[in-house]
Structures are given as structure tokens and as C-alpha cells.
Design a protein around this ligand. Structure first.
Ligand code: ATP
Ligand code: MG
Length: 245
């Protein structure tokens, strides 16, 4: 496995009326070309850590070292869907590409391609309010993939979906990841679901409650697609739960 980035002694505090709140407490991690999952309880600092990796928030101390010497291209799927309501689905994806300086025609062709990859062909010209929650999250995914990220960051992408829709989308993300149709080298995903983490990840880092430290790192060495009822899956589940609690 190739090392992509190293998180070195990273800490983060926020100032509040009642003083400083420490959210991340001295985390060090290496991330390789892998499906990497960050698992931890609500409020422990998972989204904060992901934002720091993306470079949209700064650590209080410590740093992130990228193997190539500079940050890779990131795609970001946010915890809460973030589509612009007054433009179409196609424009919601294409706008990101146009902002990168890609000509309109090319941006729209590319947007169509990624909408089709996430199963939304035929919905290019509808508005976000005409879509279900699951479809909106697919648009978010298409938008994140359309920038051809080297690292895809996903912040609880399934937690606001019903169980069936979430399960379908998990399978599709795995397909995209395993098919190599995009130049993605790693996925870093945040979740608080043990089951989801084991279903998807190559490795899981388990964080403690705030201020988050690393509780443990678990390798999930199971063939895909994974069978949740297999004894091997359940064994890893027991192990992860023992670190969570
Ligand atoms: N900009 C900010 N200013 C002040 N406090 C913040 C800020 N962002 C996050 N926090 C605090 O940092 C802590 C961690 O927040 P974060 O959103 O990273 O948690 P999380 O693990 O993603 O939680 P959840 O699972 O509920 O999404 C929380 O206590 C939150 O109130
Ligand atoms: Mg969060």
C-alpha cells in the first residue's frame, strides 16, 4: 500500500464563552490508498478532523504531511446535503467544474457522466426539491466525484437516509471504489455506525469521546461483498464494540 498522507500530533481546540474546548487531542495517523473509516461517538470531533484533512479548517497544533509534498485534489460529501435549490441537478454538478475554469460544454458533459455513474441519468433537468433524500445525496456524490478527486472525503453520507436507500448507496460507492473508473486513491469516510464501518472499510480508526484520541485501529480483512451474518464479520463487530465502549 502507498502512503498518501500522515497526520502528525494533531490537536484542535475551539474557543467558547466558557473557555477553550479541546476537541482533538494529539492524533497521529498514516493513511494509505485504502477505504479508511473514522468511527466515533457524536460530538467527538470527526467532522472537525475531516475538515482539517480537507484544508478548510486549521489545527491548533500538529500538521498533515502529504506524500507528494502538496495537498491532493479532494472531493467532499458533506454530512448535510448542500444543493443549490434554484438551479437544476445538472447545473448543481457542473457549477463546481465551471468554478474550476472548465468551459461550460465540457463541464456539463462531465456532470452528465458522473450523474449517470451514480444512477441519475434522466434527472439532469429537474430541481433538487423534486428529488428524494437519497437522490439528493447521489447528486452530492456525483458532484464530489466530478472533480476527479484523488481522495474522496465523506462525512456520514448515509446517516440521513432510510435504511434501504442507504444500503443501495453503500453498494454503489463500493462499486465505484472497486471499479477504478475514477482516479480515486483513497476514501476517508466518517461514521458512527459500527456495522457500516465494517461493511465498507479496509481499516477503521476508532476515536474516543471528546477530546478525541485514537482508541484503536482495526484492519477489516474480509472479502467483498461482505456478509454481515458471517462469523468473521461478527467477530470483527465484537472487537470493534469492545473498543467503542
Ligand atoms: N466552529 C466551531 N466552533 C466551536 N465549537 C465547534 C466548532 N465546530 C465544532 N465544534 C465543537 O467541536 C466538537 C466536535 O464537533 P464535530 O462536528 O467535529 O463532531 P462530530 O464527531 O462530527 O459529531 P457528529 O457525529 O454529531 O457529527 C463539538 O463539541 C462541537 O460543538
Ligand atoms: Mg459530524
Amino acid at each position: 500500500m502507498n502512503l498518501l498522507l500522515s497526520i502528525k500530533n494533531l490537536s484542535k481546540s475551539f474557543k467558547s464563552n466558557s473557555g477553550e474546548i479541546k476537541v482533538i487531542d494529539n492524533i497521529s495517523l498514516d493513511i494509505y490508498n485504502e477505504f479508511f473509516v473514522i468511527l466515533g461517538p457524536s460530538g467527538c470531533g470527526k467532522s472537525t478532523l475531516l475538515r482539517i484533512i480537507a484544508g478548510v479548517d486549521k489545527p491548533t497544533s500538529g500538521n498533515i504531511i502529504f506524500q507528494t509534498g502538496k495537498p491532493p485534489r479532494f472531493g467532499f460529501v458533506f454530512q448535510f446535503p448542500s444543493l443549490i435549490p434554484w438551479i437544476t441537478v445538472l447545473e448543481n454538478v457542473a457549477i463546481v467544474l465551471k468554478n474550476m475554469g472548465i468551459p461550460k460544454n465540457e463541464a456539463e458533459e462531465s456532470a452528465k457522466k458522473y450523474l449517470s455513474i451514480v444512477g441519475l441519468s434522466g434527472f439532469e433537468n429537474v430541481y433538487p426539491y423534486e428529488l428524494s433524500g437519497g437522490m439528493r445525496q447521489r447528486v452530492n456524490l456525483a458532484r464530489a466525484l466530478s472533480v476527479q478527486p484523488e481522495i474522496l472525503l465523506m462525512d456520514e453520507p448515509f446517516s440521513n437516509l432510510d435504511p434501504l436507500t442507504a444500503e443501495n448507496l453503500r453498494a454503489e460507492i463500493l462499486d465505484i471504489w472497486l471499479s477504478n473508473i475514477t482516479p480515486m486513491k483513497a476514501i476517508i469516510m466518517v461514521t458512527h455506525s459500527v456495522d457500516e464501518a465494517i461493511f465498507l472499510a479496509d481499516r477503521i480508526v476508532i476515536l474516543t469521546p471528546r477530546p478525541s484520541k485514537i482508541s484503536n485501529i482495526v484492519n477489516v480483512d474480509l472479502p467483498r461483498p461482505r456478509n454481515r451474518r458471517s462469523p468473521e464479520f461478527e467477530k470483527i463487530e465484537d472487537l470493534v464494540y469492545s473498543y467503542v465502549s
